[in-house]
Ligand binder design. Structure first.
Ligand code: MGD
Ligand code: MGD
Ligand code: MO
Length: 767
């Protein structure tokens, strides 16, 4: 572990720091040689798709692109460490529970299926057949299939996800909570209403042609490092890059490409953002509205800043928006964004001076109560100048997990489209359930009040990733059975139901051998490119099964005698699964042929062709008032403006969601620790604290429940007053279950009203 210190990071993002960090990760996982070979196969035509993130790669066929994030994710999977039955024999689950999340994952790859034995409080080995029989017994014993809940994390391949949704629907429910519910759900909801597709409209080629790129609430230096390559190229050819973020993220300021000899030799790097707007947490809605108001003012003065031809040919709802913007008060927009009108005008001027504009966004936009409306404001902004459906322009929600978009395409969706259900019925000859299922938050509520009895997870770490930790743990413990398909040990296996199973699976880097030979799987990236992924490493253990095989064998065991689907035959050769995918989804025509082309193919995106798949067949301008009844405002009205802070719960540089690689957040200058709170120096003083003091967080909510997270060290940081930042998942106990985005249900993890009180009890372990 590194020494604890706070020290401003002055270098560029990327560069030597990134190379050194990867070297350390490989050493830590004890895989210097295999690891290096594995790294070189990421995102290569004959290699595996990088499990790091959903950012696309250049044709999936270019020379190796170095990525610190990807390298760490690959190293974590290719680790030489193993968690065996002996490991579990050595510790009770109660003893395991006392360890940190970091410790649990750090033990290495799971090697065989395990079942919880309540008599001894140990996990012990179980055969695959017995494990499937146990799950089948529980599922078939439920009076109503809607009492079973099937979670998905976004790493599952298209093939695994397709079989999974088919199995669950043949079983009889649409209870498909997934990580997307906590992530880009609002992007899908907002864009579908506005432009008829729930996916980004741009490709990497658009990044080569954009004159301006806006990055709202996203930290690519840490979470999508390869995106910095595109931003760097854009900056070099003179495109303007505008960052909108309460924090000055290093990767958005300066980046050195580890593959560029000159930048590496000089330590210089390339300046990324030409403009940086440090607004208040949650201020984006008002900020974008202000940008649009400025454009309308200019147009009203006789300047030709709007694309009136596009607006009249392609859109509806503009007049209502126009009237709303004209009537909007600048002072309200200033108060809500935290920035002066001059800033909103300056950002709008960059926007209008650019012929083609891309708008990117991440969790800083989606994890808010008002996120759907904010995404629709960003969409309005682009529509005003026809910046959707032409070269160099468009919407770019930057997805997280490497196949989270593909999983949704395959039907992992608690609100299933009618067309999907009809196709499933036609192709597989069964009656799919039509009722809407539970999303992530609804699943937790259902498990809490006894409506959910069996919880099954295809990947992920539900206990640590979800909000309201105390409630969520109660919910999981309330289940009759919890099952996790997983690569590594994590909190969700320790916080378990009355009966519990851990089912270890192959990772994406590993060779997947089935009856007809080694199999590849497919994934869809954030720009709708679908391509093949082939593992290259020998499996971490001979007893691992692939995710498609686990789902197929479970389906065969559970649906024996009532399913017409040839489950076991389909997994002998994944081309058979892909043929069925093609039969269900018309966009996957010639699927098996098209993925043989290096780089794969792009799924049709109607909005990018200016075909609007909305009920009116037009793109729709959505008008929304500035929200004034927000949890933050209510909390401040109750407790006082000066003491209620807006807390964002965010990622450090050394973690992948709930997987903690280490305790450094290099670009933010935080080393050797995670229990810190980044706060404005004036706020620290005004509260009577000094930098380095310890505080406890307490959520200000109105349901009478106390939510606290104890023991965070105050760090002076360049962040607007009234705003603070701390790391997730440690802060998840603070996020109330009922704090969700309107029309999307996403936990509002970027804006929790909190008090910071003097620290009382010893630093908490765990979560
Ligand atoms: N290394 C690494 N890579 C990852 C992940 C990881 O954990 N580690 N996670 C993956 C996943 S699943 C996802 S979804 C993505 C997440 O990638 P991001 O979308 O970048 O998510 P966060 O790190 O949570 O950070 C969000 C950014 O939003 C800013 N922000 C917070 N509140 C606001 C606000 O109100 N307005 C604005 N404008 N900005 C705000 C924060 O300062 C931060 O820069 O990354 C993926 N890639
Ligand atoms: N407070 C707060 N909460 C948040 C967020 C936030 O910003 N703030 N972000 C939210 C977001 S954007 C997301 S996407 C969710 C993430 O939620 P999840 O997707 O549920 O969580 P992860 O941490 O990505 O899951 C990591 C686990 O996946 C397993 N795993 C890794 N690879 C594989 C594989 O190939 N197959 C299988 N079966 N398992 C594998 C490993 O056991 C590992 O422990 O968290 C959300 N929660
Ligand atoms: Mo995510």
């Amino acid at each position: 572990m590194t020494e604890q210190k706070i020290e401003e990071y002055k270098g560029p993002a990327g560069g030597w720091g990134a190379l050194r960090s990867v070297g350390k990760a490989l050493l830590k996982q004890e895989i210097p040689i295999l690891g290096a070979k594995t790294l070189l196969s990421a995102n290569q035509p004959d290699g595996f798709d990088c499990p790091g993130c959903a950012w696309p790669d250049r044709n999936h066929a270019s020379t190796f692109e170095f990525c610190e994030n990807g390298a760490k994710a690959v190293a974590a999977e290719a680790t030489a460490r193993r968690v065996t039955a002996e490991f579990f024999a050595g510790q009770t689950v109660t003893a395991l529970a006392a360890h940190s999340d970091f410790y649990l994952e750090d033990q290495g790859r799971l090697t065989e299926p395990m079942v919880y034995d309540a008599a001894t409080d140990h996990y012990k080995a179980i055969t695959w057949d017995d494990a499937f029989a146990l799950i089948a017994k529980h599922l078939n014993g439920l009076p109503d299939p809607n009492q079973a809940i099937f979670y998905t994390s976004g790493r599952a391949s298209n093939e695994a996800a397709f079989l999974y949704q088919l199995f669950v629907r043949e079983y009889g429910t649409n209870n498909f909570p997934d990580c997307s519910n906590m992530c880009h759900e609002p992007s899908g909801s907002g864009m579908r209403e506005s432009v008829g597709v729930g996916k980004g409209t741009v490709t990497l080629q658009d990044f080569e042609q954009a004159d301006a790129i806006f990055v709202f609430g996203q930290n690519p230096g840490t979470n999508h490092p390869r995106m910095l390559g595109e931003l760097r190229q854009a900056a070099k050819r003179g495109a303007r890059i505008v960052s909108v973020n309460p924090l000055r993220e290093r990767g958005l300021e300066r980046f050195a490409d580890p593959q560029n000899k000159l930048e590496m030799a000089t330590g210089g790097g390339t300046a990324i953002s030409t403009h940086y707007f440090q607004l208040d947490i949650g201020g984006d809605f008002a900020f974008v509205k202000g940008m649009m108001k400025h454009l309308v003012e200019l147009q009203d003065q006789g300047l030709d800043v709007l694309d009136t031809t596009f607006i009249s040919e392609h859109t509806l709802g503009f007049d209502a928006l126009l009237n709303d913007l004209r009537a909007e008060s600048w002072s309200l927009l200033e108060a809500e964004s935290g920035l002066g009108v001059a800033h909103m005008r300056a950002a709008a001027d960059v926007y209008r001076e650019a012929k083609s504009v891309i708008a990117c966004w991440g969790m800083g936009i989606t994890q808010h109560q008002n996120s759907v409306a904010t995404i629709q404001m960003i969409t309005n902004l682009l529509l005003m100048r026809g910046n959707i459906g032409r070269a160099g322009a468009g919407l770019c929600p930057v997805r997280g997990h490497s196949n989270v978009q593909g999983d949704r395409t395959m039907g992992i969706w608690e609100v299933p489209p009618v067309a999907l259900l009809d196709s499933l019925k036609r192709v597989f000859d069964f009656e799919p359930p039509r009722a809407q299922g539970f999303n992530t938050v609804e699943s937790i509520q259902a498990m809490l009040d006894g409506r959910g009895k069996v919880f099954f997870a295809l990947g992920g770490n539900f206990a640590a990733a979800t909000p309201d930790t105390v409630q969520t743990w109660k919910a999981l413990r309330n289940c009759d059975l919890t099952v996790h398909v997983t690569t590594k040990l994590n909190r969700s296996h320790i916080v378990h139901g009355k009966e519990a199973l851990i089912l270890p699976c192959l990772g994406r880097t590993e060779i997947d051998m089935q009856a007809c030979g080694p199999q590849g799987v497919t994934v869809e990236d954030s720009m709708s490119m679908v391509h093949l992924s082939m593992g290259i490493n020998p499996p971490a253990s001979a007893m691992l099964l692939s995710e498609p095989a686990i789902v197929a064998r479970l389906a065969a065991a559970t649906l024996a005698g009532r399913s017409k689907t040839p489950w076991l035959w389909m997994v002998e050769d994944y081309q058979r699964i892909r043929d069925k995918i093609e039969a269900v989804f018309p966009d996957f025509k010639d699927f098996n042929a098209r993925i043989r082309v290096p780089g794969g193919f792009r799924l049709r995106n109607t909005a990018s062709e200016r075909v609007w798949a909305t009920p009116s067949q037009k793109a729709v301008f959505k008008t929304h008032a500035v929200p004034t009844d927000t949890p933050l405002r209510r909390a401040r009205a109750r407790k006082g403006d000066a003491i209620v802070f807006a807390l964002m719960t965010t990622r450090s540089h050394d973690q992948y969601n709930t997987t903690i690689y280490g305790n450094d957040d290099r670009y933010r200058g935080v080393y050797g620790q995670r229990r810190v709170v980044m706060a404005n120096a004036q706020d620290i003083r005004a509260l009577g604290f000094k930098s380095g003091d310890w505080i406890d967080f307490q959520t200000v909510w109105d349901d009478g429940q106390e939510r606290t997270a104890r023991g965070f060290k105050l760090v002076e940081y360049n962040i607007p007053r009234g705003c603070v930042a701390a790391y997730y998942p440690e802060t998840n106990p603070l996020v109330p279950l009922s704090a969700v985005a309107a029309n999307a249900g996403t936990p509002t993890s970027k804006c929790i009203p909190v008090l910071m009180l003097p620290h009382k009890s010893p630093v908490a372990m765990g979560v």
